[in-house]
Write a protein that binds this ligand. Sequence first.
Ligand code: NDP
Length: 246
Amino acid sequence: MTSFADVSVLITGGTRGIGRALVKAFAERGAKVTFTGTNEAAAAEAAAESGAAEACHFVKADVSDPDSSKAAVDAAVAFGGGLDVVVNNAGITRDQLLLRMSEEEWDQVQDVNLKGTFLTTKSAARRLMKSKRGRLINITSVVGMTGNAGQANYAASKAGVIGFTKAVAKELAGRGVTANAVAPGYIATDMTAELPEGAAETLLAHIPLGRMGAVDDVAEVVVFLASEAAGYVTGQVIPVDGGMVM
Ligand code: NDP
């Protein structure tokens, strides 16, 4: 198991789903993990589940709020003695067909998924540049590459995350910071728990590996990108989707 001893990691949206698996994956490898979210009860569960609660520090913070996301970065720096790895994972859906989509549904999704990624990254950038192994990993989605009916807001936000990641990769490369995106396909979490009838079967039929992904499938790829071994990988989008998009 790659060691992350003395590595300071910030994970947005670490209370549930993929983010919770990330908290555990980094904590059990020895990292100092600061994670955010808005649900304190779920945060306590996430820290307990990690098996290394003393290595985890929860900050109640809304990624779409500039002060709140800056406070989360400051807390990660204080808890971890600096900041080496940032995973922009917090995300939401507000699915609706375009003709019925409200401006509010559009804005909420851009505010959390895209603006939230920008705000955390901007607050963290100087700290990542000071690290000897700065790593930015943004969680996008295969939907940001393919589009999906009923998710114009979400697809746009995740395509935005891809463009943002590549621009930041170019800006920060000179300071030794890598920036990559991970694009999950269909992963079993609260986000995918309530699909319309028949949708799950249709999705599974399009996954060559024939199963939904698990949160750990995504966490393992993020851990690799955060490791020293991935030091020459930057500006890339890595799908974790069972072959759904090739
Ligand atoms: P979940 O709905 O299971 O968890 C979402 C997490 O984001 C929670 O921890 C939640 O915290 C947090 N969050 C939501 N809004 C905010 C906010 N404003 N500020 C801070 N934290 C917030 O989602 P998943 O684990 O499934 O998704 C994680 C990421 O992976 C997202 O970016 C998603 O778009 C992406 N993804 C997921 C896929 C899937 O199939 N599940 C596929 C492709 C991409 P809290 O509840 O405490 O507020």
